[in-house]
Design a protein around this ligand. Structure first.
Ligand SMILES: [Zn+2]
Length: 649
């Protein structure tokens, strides 16, 4: 099938939008940037070569694709007049369809960066099986379709949608379907899955868009998915539906699923952390596209609550295993839950907050999560996963959904394919543009093509970040061009680990820590209040910039209101949080003390754990310790692990 040029395809689908606005800071799309070396190339390559095929295989072997086949079979047999039978799904949860959708989305991002006819053929076959499971009016939810006479699962209502505010996850399935359909269309130009999405969205418009029926989705994501459909097709009904689903919430519902108040009245992160973070990201989308400042005001308050009272040092969110939920203010126990999905949802929300405001603090939070509490979710090998990401482990507990240590898959398998799609599209966080300013938010060896001041600019980065703080930029231009290159100065480089008083470095320095070398004399640096170093002036073809961020080792203290961290210290260097993995398995399991006088030396080890910088800790009267990056724990077998250490034995 011939591929439509993307812009033509969108025009052909589109119609005039009633909504003129969008994010003031426009992201440079992930497929305009390629990671060409270093830390993230290694992670992305493992993701492409191991995690993607592994997740596809797991979806198939676990029966997640079989669910679509069985739903199609039931429809065929019913259409042929057969009655009095129904089929039980071979998997556990009514949201299992979404793992296939997320796997398609992640694989589509891989295809966007690198052609792979075999992978594309696999996805085409999957999409045909998914399309065959769609009911004639667009409904797509295998657990009901294969068991139509009575609910085959206690979460599924007798009628469509009626249990969605609770646990049926019907609209949740729709949301992930839309994200997959858009991703596959953008990767290949094929409309197959997008058309499935649009038939489904027409049904949603019929059932919810006429002002008749209002339900608050029990598990958010449909809002984000609908916004992506709107962006792809220009059909504003999908944006209106996203707003309808947000505005259907509260008051009086369950805080667990953020249905306790109207979204515009919410000011604190509560309930299930993945649902919450998806909802805040969806609100950011709608705020950007409709200009509704009430949404922005609400998510700004909620963000302040998270970052000043509910964020782990690793960038994890959602302290409580019970309800997979945010805890109370300052309730941050070391054995916190910190679901991998909640981490990447927090990244997506923070990215959108940046796109609304242009403030670096949001990307600081994103970076902290990306390098720590998100990346810990996958093994170095790419085929073992953490669902929760605690900051302490006793070496034995089956805390990872009945597994001790990272598991190959889960009955509830939301995290692995979610991680996979995030890693595959990571470059979407790197750059953004507003008018004559190019924002650099992520440091990684890469080549990008961006349009700034109406002109195409090639920007390359060369760096050993996060192990080294030296980042070299080269700008390839056709002719001289005036614009601002805005380099994010991470909070930690100015001795501010998080944009709040939740964590602080034990020692602060009066000087700023960064250094700069410019090849140009027509460009001058200016540090603004937005967290960026702006290099302003006329750039010449081939100009280079060298940014030096201070890679000091820092001792971190928790706010005294966090009970778990009192009298304790954690160590970090650059964006990396460190942990101690006790390979001796001594009992009882206690964190070793790291006194304030300990001597800590970073040491680059190219051969261990895929090449990391470890911290060597020398303590008077005690044996030395070697700390490794938190994300890399449980790659050397299963051992006790600690992020926080008492100052005294
Ligand atoms: Zn998950």
């Amino acid at each position: 099938m011939p591929r439509l040029p993307r812009s033509l395809a969108v025009v052909a689908l589109g119609c005039t939008s009633l909504f003129a606005g969008d994010y003031p800071f426009q992201p440079v799309p992930f497929n305009a940037v390629r990671i060409t070396g270093g830390f993230w190339q290694q992670k992305q390559e493992v993701n492409r070569a191991v995690t993607v095929p592994f997740a596809l295989q797991q979806c198939e072997e676990s029966g997640r694709l079989k669910n679509f086949d069985l739903a199609a079979e039931v429809m065929r047999r019913r259409a042929a007049g057969e009655t009095g039978f129904q089929i039980q799904p071979p998997t556990i949860y009514p949201f299992d369809d979404t793992d296939a959708y997320k796997a398609i989305e992640g694989a589509a991002y891989v295809l966007s960066l690198q052609r792979d006819p075999a992978l594309e053929a696999t996805l085409d076959a999957w999409i045909a099986r998914i399309a065959a499971a769609q009911e004639p009016d667009g409904y797509l939810y295998t657990f009901r379709t294969m068991h139509p006479d009575s609910p085959g699962h206690k979460w599924v209502g007798a009628k469509r949608w009626e249990k969605d505010p609770d646990l049926s996850h019907e609209l949740y399935n729709c949301g992930h379907l839309y994200e997959a359909g858009v991703a596959y269309f953008q990767a290949t130009g094929k409309r197959t899955l997008l058309d499935v999405c649009l038939r489904n969205a027409e049904l949603l418009w019929h059932d919810f868009g006429d002002g008749q029926r209002r339900i608050a989705p029990g598990h958010q994501i449909v809002e984000i998915g609908l916004v992506k459909l709107y962006r792809t097709t220009g059909d504003e009904r999908w944006l209106k539906l996203a707003q309808i689903f947000l505005d259907a919430r509260g008051p009086g519902g369950a805080p667990y699923s953020q249905q306790h108040k109207r979204v515009v009245d919410q000011d604190e992160a509560v309930g299930h952390a993945v649902r919450a973070n998806y909802m805040y990201a969806g609100m950011a989308d709608v705020a950007a596209l409709t200009g509704d400042t009430r949404y922005l005001a609400a998510i700004t308050k909620i963000w302040d609550n998270v970052v000043s009272k509910k964020l782990y040092l690793t960038g994890g969110a959602g302290a409580l295993a019970r309800g997979e939920a945010y805890g109370a203010d300052y309730e941050l126990p070391h054995d916190g839950y910190n679901e991998t999905c909640a981490a990447l949802a927090l990244m997506n929300w923070n990215h959108r907050m940046f796109l609304l405001t242009g403030e670096a603090k949001y990307m600081d939070v994103l970076e902290r999560t990306a390098f720590n509490g998100f990346l810990s979710g996958v093994s170095a090998s790419g085929d073992r996963f953490f669902y929760p990401n605690p900051l302490v482990y006793d070496g034995q507990k089956k805390n990872n959904h009945d597994h001790a240590g990272r598991a190959p898959w889960f009955g509830c398998a939301c995290c692995p394919p979610n991680l996979m799609r995030t890693l595959a599209s990571l470059t979407g966080y790197f750059y953004a543009v507003k008018d004559e300013s190019l924002y650099v938010n992520f440091y990684a060896t890469s080549e990008g093509v961006v349009t700034v001041a109406g002109t195409q600019v090639k920007i390359s980065q060369t760096t050993d970040y996060p192990w080294s703080g030296t980042i070299r930029f080269k700008l390839s231009l056709e002719k001289p061009l005036k614009f601002s290159l805005k380099l994010r100065l991470p909070g930690w480089s100015n001795d501010r680990p998080v944009p709040s008083d939740l964590y602080a470095y034990s020692a602060r320095r009066p000087d700023h820590g960064w250094g700069l070398k410019l090849s140009s004399e027509t460009v001058v640096p200016r540090q603004g209040g937005d967290g960026y170093l702006a290099l302003v002036g006329e750039w010449q073809p081939g100009d280079t910039v060298e940014l030096e961020l201070p890679m000091r080792v820092h001792s971190v203290w928790g706010n005294e209101k966090i009970a778990a961290t009192r009298g304790q210290v954690a160590l970090e260097r650059g964006p990396i949080v460190y942990c101690y993995e006790d390979l001796t398995d001594r009992q009882p399991v206690e964190a070793p003390a790291i006194p304030a006088a300990a001597n800590v030396t970073p040491e680059r080890q190219s051969s261990s754990l895929g090449g990391v910088t470890v911290l060597k800790v020398e303590r008077a009267g005690a044996e030395p310790l070697t700390l490794i990056p938190y994300f890399a724990w449980n790659n050397r077998g299963l051992h006790p692990m600690h992020v926080w250490f008492p100052l005294q034995p």
